[in-house]
Design a binder for this molecule. Structure first.
Ligand code: ADP
Ligand code: MG
Length: 682
């Protein structure tokens, strides 16, 4: 007997060529696909006691027609049919629009079933559906499916019903009996059947539990198998550096490392010195001090006789990193160079040559690093900052510029745990969860736009103390041009408002990189006291004297992005402030502003952001590598996710999993996914 996944839907009764084509366009090819086309909600036709129904709720009631219906025409073809119905002992009114033909079907004392919206004040049902007769038992709750083209929900119900009848018995459990037993799960056959024919909430819940757990477990098995495979089979380099030199370097830093920095550094260094290839994600809130950790790791790589590369998403950030690393390595013979698209001509040729000769130790840059012409002599460590801004392909190209270099991804976007173990489950994770000592928490306030005058005088108070301020401009996502115009307008307004007392810088995406650098340099040298900017300052910029940030249209940003922006201040020892200008209309918008004023903890914010925005949007783009689950919901089912993760780990590390027949299905899932052929190494 062929597998359900290989049985064409045309074998199902009632599905001909044409219907099959429509179903194909929905991605439904096999009987298995059809059976797994689950309802996205249920229509509830169960009878309700009318005294318990709330205003505006949709209800189904059974009643007896009372008195003559009255029909009224209005407009061109519009009509209104009104009649009375006894529902139990209540006499209610029913109104039915534009279906005049119902009048003759309604006879006094007939039993009918009405579905419609209940208006409690008028004691009236606005009718959506009439069934001329009592409600028949089987129709109480009906599944509603997404459909496409000329297929109706009713037809879809029929197809699935037939498929269940003909093939339902052949749905096999993918989960082994041990696990079914452990979690008291129904069989897969029962679960799928229950989702299509819900009997009651209890059964529905159990069915969903099966599919959620199954989905998470399969996924976790795959990514964890990949990780295990990488660990055991990747031919990495074993970097051997002189510990003394490294310790000396760390002790010469202007500050002691925080406990968290030391901890993650040890994790990274031990990966680097081990023979397998490091594949690690370093998470740390803005300002937690990732850069210095990266610098030490890069230095270790140089001490081992290798070169290091640091790739960042913007030129500004590349320049800042180049500057601060050059500073850190000033007294050591480590050569740091910067490669961006603005390095051109002879200088570029020389640089590339020296890189290939091995004269350059550390190369910092933007996408420019992954161009064909860039060749390293001995690339040993690759670090990518804000890695979610690069595609998988770009990351791979950089990695392939060396022979199995160690790889470290850094991100200042704290990733909620649930996402971290799904989207990045194949990586090891290090977290800096501690801020350098002496930092004051940023005070955040939420103000309406009309309070701008008060806000600006607050800003001026800080300026008078010798501090500096960022003003982040209104955001119009669809148009960079309008964003730029907004920045120019705000710049003009502030120049006018502060009438020459302060120098106001202007930064936006339309400036070329020289202009950008000049603007940044001026701000960083306190030649400009205020920097008006679009969101290009989002990542990495470091001006410790800036203690004030004003964000226009704050309601348009996600929590994570606001947190990133806010992280530009609070980098020195002075008290810093962030003012959110926002007039949010929605409750969610208000909630966001409130949360921002309440916490500075990036991880708390990221969890909230995930809750409010959903996993797909978390990184702002859909291509973020966040997997899409069919049934499971990462946010609401996180407990199941944790359980599945642990189970996957235990299974993969137990001997019986690789031998016992009951696990064959799960082993096949891993094998078929191709994670063990090394193709998916990222
Ligand atoms: P991140 O890259 O994580 O946002 P940075 O590496 O830019 O943070 O560090 C922010 C600031 O904190 C920098 O000015 C850096 O010099 C400083 N810093 C880093 N580590 C420490 C530490 N252990 N103690 C004091 N200051 C530190
Ligand atoms: Mg290694």
């Amino acid at each position: 007997m062929s597998k359900l996944s290989e049985t064409s839907i045309t074998n199902v009764k009632g599905i001909g060529e044409e219907t099959a084509n429509s179903l194909h366009s929905m991605g439904i090819e096999s009987v298995e696909d059809l059976l797994m086309h689950l309802p996205y909600r249920y229509e509830d036709y169960r009878l309700r006691d009318i005294s318990e129904v709330k205003h505006d709720e949709k209800i189904t009631v059974e009643g007896k027609v009372h008195g003559e219906p009255s029909l009224m025409y209005y407009g061109k073809k519009k009509s209104r049919l009104t009649f009375r119905v006894f529902v139990g002992s209540f006499l209610v009114k029913a109104v039915c629009f534009n279906r005049p033909f119902y009048k003759n079907k309604l006879a006094i004392n007939d039993t009918i079933t009405l579905t419609g919206k209940w208006d409690q004040h008028r004691q009236t049902i606005t009718v959506m559906e009439i069934h001329f007769g009592p409600l028949t038992g089987e129709k109480e709750v009906e599944p509603v499916y997404s459909v496409k083209g000329n297929i109706t929900v009713k037809q879809m119900r029929k197809f699935i019903h037939s498929a269940l009848g003909e093939y339902g018995d052949r749905i096999d459990d993918s989960l082994p009996p041990v696990l079914l037993h452990k979690y008291k799960l129904p069989s897969k056959k029962e679960s799928i059947s229950a989702l299509h024919n819900p009997v009651n909430q209890q059964v529905l819940k159990g069915a969903r539990r099966y599919l959620v757990y199954e989905e998470f477990l399969m996924f976790q098995l795959k990514i964890q198998a990949l990780r295990k495979y990488q660990r055991e089979n990747s031919q990495g380099i074993s970097q051997k550096f002189a510990e003394n030199d490294l310790t000396e370097f760390i002790q010469a830093l202007p500050f002691p490392l925080t406990g968290a920095q030391s901890r993650v550094l040890n994790e990274i260094l031990s990966d680097m010195s081990s023979p397998y290839r490091m594949n690690r994600l370093l998470q740390g809130d803005v300002g937690s001090g990732k850069t210095v950790v990266a610098a030490i790791a890069l230095y270790a790589s140089c001490l081992s006789g290798y070169q290091g590369a640091l790739m960042v998403p913007t030129e500004i950030l590349a320049e800042q990193h180049a500057q601060s690393l050059s500073g850190l390595f000033a007294s050591i013979s480590i050569r740091v160079e910067l490669l961006t698209s603005s390095v051109k001509g002879k200088r570029r040729r020389e640089l590339l040559e020296q890189l290939q000769n091995g004269e350059i130790d550390i190369l910092i840059g933007t996408h420019a690093l992954i161009q064909d012409e860039v060749n390293f002599a001995r690339l040993g460590l690759v670090i990518t900052d804000e890695q979610h801004r690069f595609g998988v392909g770009q990351r791979r190209i950089l990695r392939e510029k060396g022979e199995s270099p160690d790889v470290l991804f850094m991100t200042a976007t704290p990733i909620p745990r649930t996402l971290a173990i799904t989207a990045f489950g194949e990586m090891d994770v290090s977290i800096i969860d501690e801020m350098p000592a002496g930092r004051k928490a940023i005070e955040t306030y939420w103000a309406k736009h009309q309070m701008i005058d008060r806000v600006l005088s607050f800003v001026e108070k800080e300026l008078l103390k010798g501090r500096q301020a960022y003003v982040i401009c209104p955001l119009i996502e669809e148009s960079e041009k309008l964003d730029v115009q907004n920045a120019i307008d705000v710049h003009d307004m502030l120049t006018h408002y502060y009438s020459g007392k302060w120098k106001i810088g202007l930064m936006h995406g339309r400036l070329n990189s020289e202009e950008k650098e000049k603007v940044m340099q001026e701000f960083s040298d306190n030649m400009a006291q205020v920097l008006v900017s679009t969101t290009v300052v989002e990542v990495g910029v470091n001006v410790p004297n800036a203690t004030m940030m004003v964000i226009y249209d704050a309601e348009r940003f996600g929590l994570s992005q606001l947190h990133q922006l806010r992280g530009r201040v609070g980098r020195g020892s002075e008290q810093s402030y962030c003012i959110l200008l926002a007039d949010p209309k929605s409750e969610v918008g208000k909630e966001r502003m409130k949360i921002m004023t309440e916490t500075n903890d990036g991880f708390v914010l990221s969890e909230k952001d995930l809750e409010l925005r959903g996993p797909g949007d978390f990184f702002g783009r859909k291509q973020s590598g966040v997997p899409e689950f069919k049934v499971a919901d990462m946010v609401h089912d996180y407990r199941a996710l944790e359980v599945a993760r642990q189970d996957a780990y235990d299974l993969l590390h137990s001997q019986s999993f690789w031998e016992d027949g009951q696990y064959e299905g799960l082993r096949n899932v891993i094998e078929e996914s191709g994670v063990l052929d090394g193709e998916k190494l990222d």
